[in-house]
Design a protein. Structure first.
Length: 279
């Protein structure tokens, strides 16, 4: 089922273009250590070199003399790692809680949904800001902070799917076989309800990329890792004299978020087409 959804998504123009761009960014991030083996935060040349002024530094340098090309590809690795980690954590937690809420109902459903409501009343970025400011800047802290609010969407989607599936014949057959409600929830119902929640992964990744960049822009990212947000913040001081310092990481962030959003559009169209066929 997941394979057919992926094939359908890639067959749409949005999904194909988005997946191609995501693959390019992912390749740049994975090959960062190969193309730029040194520390991207090292000062390696004269500050504020213009792009293409020195073949050794094709995209120029920032005001501290750090290679912008190295920062971009190493930043791609960090940004994608954070975005994917947030999506995985949010989907696992949200799907598990949504399945339990939908299958058990009653007090368990009420508690889980009220907690989700309480979290959703707080703007996601403010919640992440408060958590990172409390725990200190680190990649793990950023992932936890962003996932703390991202799980509510998958939880609600999975709960709605489980509510429509739990009275089906195959669920009744599992009950009659003596399986527990928890076992039915996770081994029978959840696999059939998960495909819709997976479509949210692209939205979660895109939101995590923007939020991570915003946290790094405010100085709350990992200081030992290259980050597009930190590069944008560094370029503010020289935006008039060396605009490439801020434009390059900004363009990288824009293209990556756009690519992930296009993948999400392709997944949404694939799911819509599958539902139409099921009817």
């Amino acid at each position: 089922m997941a394979d057919s959804i992926a094939v359908r998504a890639l067959s749409t123009p949005e999904g194909a273009v988005g997946a191609g761009l995501v693959c390019l960014v992912a390749f740049a991030g994975l090959a960062a250590g190969l193309f730029f083996p040194g520390d991207p935060l090292d000062m390696v040349a004269r500050p504020l070199l213009a792009p293409f002024a020195n073949p050794a530094f094709p995209l120029g340098t920032d005001r501290l003399g750090r290679d912008l090309a190295a920062g971009l590809v190493h930043g791609a690795r960090a940004s994608l790692a954070i975005g994917l980690s947030v999506a995985i954590v949010a989907l696992v937690i949200g799907a598990a809680l949504g399945a339990l809420a939908g299958m058990f109902g009653g007090l368990i459903d009420e508690i889980i949904m009220r907690v989700a409501d309480a979290i959703q009343t707080v703007p996601a970025f403010l919640l992440a800001l408060a958590i990172v400011a409390t725990t200190g800047p680190s990649l793990l802290g950023v992932v936890i902070a962003l996932a703390a609010s991202a799980w509510t969407g998958p939880a609600r989607v999975v709960r709605a799917e489980v509510l429509s599936l739990r009275e089906r014949a195959f669920v009744d057959a599992s009950r009659l076989s003596g399986r527990s409600t928890v076992a039915i929830a996770f081994s029978v119902v959840l696999p059939n309800a998960l495909s819709t929640a997976i479509a949210l992964a692209a939205i979660i990744v895109a939101g995590a990329l923007l939020s991570e960049a915003a946290l790094a822009f405010l100085g709350l990212g990992d200081p030992n890792a290259a980050s597009w947000g930190a590069m944008i913040a560094e370029g503010r001081a020289v935006i008039r004299t060396a605009p490439h310092v801020i434009l390059l990481p900004g363009a990288a962030l824009f293209v990556t978020v756009l690519a992930v959003s296009l993948v999400g559009e392709g997944l949404q169209k694939a799911l819509t087409g599958r539902r139409s066929e099921d009817r």
